[in-house]
Design a protein around this ligand. Structure first.
Ligand code: ADP
Length: 597
């Protein structure tokens, strides 16, 4: 258990590491792509700045060289004490300076002393200044056209100094110098919102869009260089401290990721472009924030995508698990249902067997009921059969005598009566056999009056002997009930016998059977004029073995069995008290509609 958990944890850790690595790679890739874009833009800017600087400087390149064409300039160098001429040269330089847009134009003799200057009227006039220490003057005096950026020693104004030898008849007389203010370039850069700086060959920043960076150095200066700069007073009055820019990563010869002195934490892209022949270098700094933002976004996006993928995988797994769980549940339920069904069908067969047993028992009971009735009727029956038998003997004896005496007509009449009696006896025994028959109930459309007649036949002798007034009150002739004829006769015989028993001590004996249709039922009412049924007995009428009769006469099964037979056919048997006294039993059975239509 513990090992699987540990393994799962390790798996998750590996997955997380992979996800982070992938996201890191994506971030790096996006960051590099954004940096490349920045570099391209920076390179274009640098190109632009370099061109504009060159344009500006080249405009003044030729200017010092043209001064030797002025006769007065040459003459002044030859006659340095001609003050009048100096004034003229000063005025000329002043005008030329104004026209060319330069800062100052001045002429220096071979000793490095300024002879005339455009700013001759100003308190900072260069006239009379010693400038031989200035490298550009030195170079020009050596015959090499000089160019130099420096801070003015007189007024502290920075500028670019161009110097060119002044020749006359192949002989150098002095040096012409033009100073140009290039600080205005900065303003153009500033407008672009860029961080740009321009450093000289020694790495001293002399133009910068960030004011605090000017006259600082890209790297610490060596002592020799420091000495040299002090000698030339190139940046006189400035300490030239290192800027404090730190390289984090060198991308290639031109580009690096650096931090700036004011914010050591934020990396910045630095691009350098060196400008020959002056050995200056432009440094362009761009904000890496957007690139870092892209990298961060790509990192987050990659993480998000992976998280989504993971979620998809987990979701899929969850679904699979749920499905499997559901399938297992369904299978389980199915099994238990099958077991239940089997159980039910077992129960069902047990129930069916019990029902079958019950049905058989009921059938036996019905049969027992019949036998009981027959038993009760047996005494009457034997009397019933004995009487015609005696008559038959007498009549056949008589017939014999009559034939002997030749009274054939009378003998014939006797024989006819004999035949009638035999037929009647046969009918009675046939009816008895039919009644006693043990049969399963078969539901058919039973003509009700026919059943009444058949039942009456079995009790006819009693009706006659006991002088009972029997009446049929049939309102609907063709009433058919849905039941079994044999069973219906059994019920009727029971009811008739009970009625006859009840009326045994009555003075007037009326037995009425009525038939009618009511509410879709066949109603057969058996009414007698006996003493009726007392309330306390009525409650127990249909209970098995309930009887008020003597042991030999009644078993108390008749009504119980009759009620059950009628109920089995979907009907009911009820006892009523007719208004005029006596008792009434009503059999209500379903009508066999199709038969009656
Ligand atoms: P048994 O006839 O064997 O007594 P039954 O179930 O047929 O059994 O009848 C039960 C009892 O119901 C009878 O004992 C009798 O008291 C009463 N009874 C049945 N029919 C009538 C009737 N027509 N008039 C009065 N009482 C009756």
């Amino acid at each position: 258990m513990g090992t699987t958990r540990a393994r799962r944890l390790a798996l998750w850790a590996v997955a997380l590491a992979i996800a982070l690595t992938l996201a890191g790679l994506a971030g790096r890739w996006a960051g590099d792509a954004a940096t490349d874009k920045l570099r391209l833009a920076g390179a274009q800017r640098l190109d632009g700045y370099a061109v504009s600087l060159e344009n500006l400087l080249s405009k003044y390149d030729f200017l010092p060289g043209t001064l030797e064409l002025n006769k007065d300039v040459v003459t002044l160098l030859e006659r340095p004490h001609d003050e009048e001429l100096r004034d003229e040269v000063n005025a000329y330089l002043e005008q030329l300076n104004r026209q060319s847009g330069s800062t100052t134009i001045y002429v220096v003799n071979l000793d490095g002393v300024t002879q005339a200057a455009s700013n001759w009227r100003s308190i900072y006039s260069f006239v009379g200044d010693h400038v031989a220490f200035r490298p550009y003057v030195r170079d020009a005096l050596r015959g090499v056209p000089g160019g130099f950026y420096g801070v003015g020693t007189t007024n502290g104004e920075p500028g670019y100094f161009f110097a060119h030898g002044i020749y006359h008849n192949g002989r150098m007389l002095g040096v012409a110098t033009v100073k140009v203010n290039i600080e205005r370039l900065e303003r153009g850069w500033e407008q672009g919102g860029d961080k740009v700086l321009l450093a000289d060959a020694n790495g001293v920043v002399f133009l910068s869009t960030v004011p605090g960076w000017k006259y600082r150095t890209l790297a610490p200066l060596t002592p020799e260089v420091t000495r040299e700069l002090e000698a030339s007073r190139q940046y006189s009055g400035h300490a030239l401290e290192p800027l404090g820019m730190r390289a984090l990563r060198q991308l290639d010869g031109e580009a690096a990721i650096v931090t700036l002195p004011e914010d050591q934490r934020t990396p910045v892209l630095s691009q350098t472009r060196s400008l020959s022949p002056r050995h200056w270098s432009f440094v362009y700094l761009s904000d890496l924030n957007s690139a870092r933002g892209s990298a961060r976004n790509a990192f987050l996006f990659a993480l998000l995508v992976q998280a989504l993928l993971l979620m998809l995988v987990l979701y899929g797994r969850q679904r699979k698990q749920t499905r499997e769980h559901l399938e297992a549940m369904v299978a389980e339920r199915t099994t238990s249902l099958r077991e239940m069904t089997q159980h039910l069908s077992e129960e069902n067969s047990v129930r069916r067997a019990a029902e079958e047993k019950l049905r058989r028992a009921q059938s036996e009971l019905v049969q027992a009921g019949k036998m009981a009735v027959l038993g009760q009727m047996a005494a009457g029956m034997t009397h019933e059969l004995n009487q015609p038998l005696t008559a038959l003997r007498t009549m056949s004896d008589n017939a014999q005598v009559l034939i002997e005496r030749g009274r054939l007509d009378e003998a014939k009449s006797n024989l006819a009566t004999i035949s009638q009696l035999v037929g009647r006896m046969g009918a009675l025994t046939g009816q008895l056999r039919q009644f006693a028959r043990k049969s399963d109930a078969i539901v058919t459309a039973v003509p009700v009056t026919a059943s009444i007649t058949a039942a009456l036949f079995l009790v006819e002798r009693r009706v006659e002997q006991e002088r009972v007034n029997f009446q049929m009150a049939v309102r609907d002739q063709d009433v058919h009930a849905l039941c079994d004829s044999n069973r219906l006769e059994q019920v009727l015989v029971n009811l008739f016998n009970n009625a006859l028993d009840a009326m045994a001590d009555s003075e007037t004996r009326h037995l009425t059977v009525s038939v009618e249709r009511a509410n879709g039922r066949a109603l057969i009412a058996v009414t007698d004029s006996g003493p009726g049924i007392p309330e306390e007995i009525r409650a127990h009428l249909f209970e098995p073995f309930f009887t008020t009769k003597a042991q030999s006469k009644g078993l108390g099964l008749g009504l119980a069995i009759s009620e059950q037979i009628v109920r089995e056919f979907g009907g009911e048997l009820r006892a009523e008290a007719p208004g005029a006294g006596g008792a009434r039993f009503v059999i209500a059975l379903p009508l066999a509609e199709q038969e009656t239509l």
